[in-house]
Design a protein around this ligand. Structure first.
Ligand SMILES: Cc1cc2nc3c(=O)[nH]c(=O)nc-3n(C[C@H](O)[C@H](O)[C@H](O)COP(=O)(O)OP(=O)(O)OC[C@H]3O[C@@H](n4cnc5c(N)ncnc54)[C@H](O)[C@@H]3O)c2cc1C
Length: 219
């Protein structure tokens, strides 16, 4: 069986790694000419790190991550803080896996290297997916270059503005669960009138232990 994947972000690369490690052939098509993320961080909760450990990249990731010990949320203008939860040993005890904060390009790099270890030419860069067609035997994926690829199934991992999703379900708003099948909107509930937050890691490596989320209305 051969699975085509549109998009080599965190989702596409993780899916590719899982399929390859289970003996299923994969071809990944990524529109960008090189695999690079913007220089921000990402929090990986226990449900995610457990999967990454199972896929064999846990230790590699651990060396590049900070294992957060606890988390608090802070109001931007007063500095008032609320403790959210304990992490560190509590995460391992309760959920069986650690809570990491990691630099996004590092995560992408670890995943891409692991995919290439399984199949060196699995990732096709500068390959923008434009259309696809299904029939009884599989799916044909069209690329911007005019090339096509044939597989048994197509996995759309092409992000929040997914062309794959739009082709299947029509134009939908990613922030509207009602109009977007399977989509979820998120809102931080601990901090009134805040819908967006960002976090900062203090220090780096194993010594970095705190994660601060600053909240502001409309940010
Ligand atoms: C500010 C911010 C903070 C976040 N923080 C966290 C966090 O701390 N923890 C967490 O778990 N999640 C976090 N998220 C969510 C997380 O970033 C996303 O869930 C995750 O990146 C989604 O991965 P993805 O692979 O589905 O999509 P993406 O990462 O968007 O990857 C999609 C890929 O598909 C490619 N692509 C798009 N269209 C095409 C096409 N037509 N053909 C070929 N390739 C295409 C893109 O170039 C990209 O490489 C955050 C999101 C934001 C915006």
């Amino acid at each position: 069986m051969r699975i085509l994947i549109a998009g080599a972000g965190i989702g596409g690369l993780t899916a590719a790694l899982a399929l390859l490690r289970n003996g299923i052939d994969v071809e990944l098509y990524e529109q960008a000419a090189e695999l690079k993320e913007v220089g921000a961080g990402v929090q990986l909760a226990a449900n995610g790190t457990r999967v990454l450990h199972a896929l064999g990249v846990g230790e590699e990731l651990k060396a590049l991550s900070a294992e957060t010990q606890s988390k608090e949320i802070r109001l931007w203008n007063t500095g008032e803080t609320w403790k959210l939860f304990d992490l560190g040993p509590v995460s391992i005890e309760r959920y069986g896996a650690p809570y990491f904060t990691v630099y996004r390009p590092d995560l992408l790099d670890v995943l891409a290297r692991a995919v290439r270890r399984e199949k060196s030419d699995a990732i096709h860069l500068a390959s923008r997916c434009t259309e696809f067609a299904q029939d009884d035997d599989g799916v044909t994926l069209g690329l911007e270059s005019g090339d096509t690829a044939r597989g048994d199934a197509l996995l759309g991992a092409d992000g929040v503005h997914s062309r794959t999703r739009q082709t299947l379900f029509g134009r939908t708003s990613p922030s509207s669960p009602a109009s977007s099948p399977g989509a979820a909107s998120y809102r931080w509930s601990g901090c009134p009138s805040t819908w967006r937050a960002w976090w900062a890691r203090t220090g780096s490596g194993p010594a970095a232990t705190s994660c601060i989320t600053r909240c502001a209305p409309g940010r």
